[in-house]
Ligand binder design. Structure first.
Ligand SMILES: Nc1ncnc2c1ncn2[C@@H]1O[C@H](COP(=O)(O)OP(=O)(O)OP(=O)(O)O)[C@@H](O)[C@H]1O
Ligand SMILES: [Mg+2]
Length: 397
């Protein structure tokens, strides 16, 4: 925590006056800029340094000025991992609040989601200056159930479009769209597809020259692209940092969980292979493989076989040209799930148990839900995550 002891400071475009407290998230760098006059800060710990001038590149301010006039529309931010996307999105939201009472923000990064929990696309409404996007309450969310964007580009596009639509239904005009850092050629073509779905009024690119060019070629020529610099104070994070950030994010979201037990009927699960699938004859040949099949179901042109033993990972087989997924008893335990009501995702949960006629879900949600969407992320009791791809199409990743 940092306290503004006296004077006034500017944090990513938001002004914090004397007496304000500002929370600095782990593994993040937060710049406090004494814009007008002298200012002094009380900093917990001594992990700070003083630099000359602002850490906000001039091109960010120019881009904000150029894009502020239009009251409606989506301003989309693209860039590689650790290029400053979240910081730029924060800066834009704060800048637009100088001209409009409220601004929408959507985080479409299913991995490093600053607003919501990993595995979701989340959106919120901001009406006062903020130092960090994690302060925004995720008011609308869609659950995709994976953290690597390359695992489900179609689902991700759909989720972003739904979250934007639901924010607009709340009367929000201007929306800043933060994206993920997947920026190799496939990642850029995904972003180009995303622009075709979202139709942003502007795209702000933190990509370097070559990638910006490749991206410009891939999007519709009418797209208004503005290239901005990366800050020289950008801080890179390694895979461990990213995983730890996600674990902290899960812990934050599941800080005050409750256990909800729900009787099972065919409508509760949106996508459960054994509860939604058609029962079929147990396959010959599995016995030779040492599997004792308890149940076999056809679901989404795949055969799902449940066996007595526990299996760490879904086992993918191809028997007689048939695609088979072998899962152990109680395979759902620990899966992150989306929780819905009236066919809208309203929150997330973790499967604690699923027996013949009841499912128990741990969730911070305080309101009721009527549907559950299974994800492909498993969490242990310390919120360490692992991918659990039970849908064949994702197994390649
Ligand atoms: N203009 C800036 N001034 C000071 N620090 C910055 C600035 N831009 C980025 N940083 C720092 O660099 C780090 C990475 O920035 P940020 O999280 O915005 O990048 P990102 O592209 O959103 O990363 P990710 O790919 O993980 O989503 C953060 O610690 C952030 O505070
Ligand atoms: Mg980010």
């Amino acid at each position: 925590m940092v306290k503004v002891a006296n004077g006034m400071v500017n944090v990513m475009g938001a002004v914090f006056a004397e007496g304000s407290w500002v929370k600095v998230r782990g593994f993040r760098r937060t710049p406090f800029y004494a814009e007008q006059s002298e200012a002094s800060l009380l900093v917990e710990g001594n992990n700070y340094r003083v630099v000359d001038g602002s850490t906000i590149p001039g091109s960010w301010l120019e881009a904000a000025e150029k894009t502020a006039a239009e009251e409606k529309g989506v301003v989309m931010v693209v860039g590689e991992a650790d290029s400053g996307k979240t910081s730029l999105a924060t800066f834009l939201v704060n800048y637009y609040l100088n001209f409009q009472a409220e601004i929408g923000i959507v985080d479409s990064d299913p991995g490093q989601n600053d607003l919501g929990v990993p595995g979701t696309v989340s959106g919120g409404v901001v009406n006062k200056g903020l130092s960090d996007l994690s302060q925004v309450k995720p008011e609308v969310m869609e659950f995709v159930g994976f953290t690597a964007p390359e695992s489900g580009v179609e689902e991700l596009k759909e989720a972003v479009a739904t979250v934007l639509r639901r924010l607009r239904e709340k009367g929000v005009g201007k929306i800043v769209l933060n994206t993920d850092g997947w920026a190799d050629s496939k990642g850029l073509s995904f972003k180009a597809e995303l622009t075709r779905t979202v139709k942003p009024s502007f795209v702000l690119s933190l990509l370097d020259g070559e990638k910006t060019l490749a991206f410009t070629m891939a999007v519709d020529p009418s797209t208004r692209m503005i290239r901005v610099e990366k800050s020289r104070y950008v801080k890179r994070r390694n895979r461990l940092h990213r995983r730890t950030l996600r674990t902290l994010n899960y812990r934050r979201h599941f800080a005050r969980p409750r256990l909800v037990k729900k009787p099972l009927n065919e409508n509760v699960f949106l996508n459960h292979p054994f509860l939604k699938g058609e029962p079929v004859q147990t396959l010959g040949g599995l016995g030779e493989l040492g599997f004792e099949a308890l149940e076999t179901r056809q679901y989404m042109d795949t055969l799902y076989v449940k066996i007595k033993d526990e299996v760490e990972e879904p086992v993918m087989l191809n028997l007689g040209g048939k695609r088979i997924v072998v899962l152990g008893e109680g395979w759902e335990k620990g899966l992150l799930v989306g929780l819905g009501r009236n066919s809208r995702i309203i929150g997330v949960g973790i499967i604690e148990s699923l027996s013949g006629n009841e499912v128990a879900v741990k969730t911070p949600l305080t309101t009721g839900f009527d549907t559950i969407k299974l994800g492909e992320i498993k969490l242990d009791s310390y919120f360490n995550e692992k991918n659990f791809y039970w849908r064949p199409s994702r197994h390649r990743v």
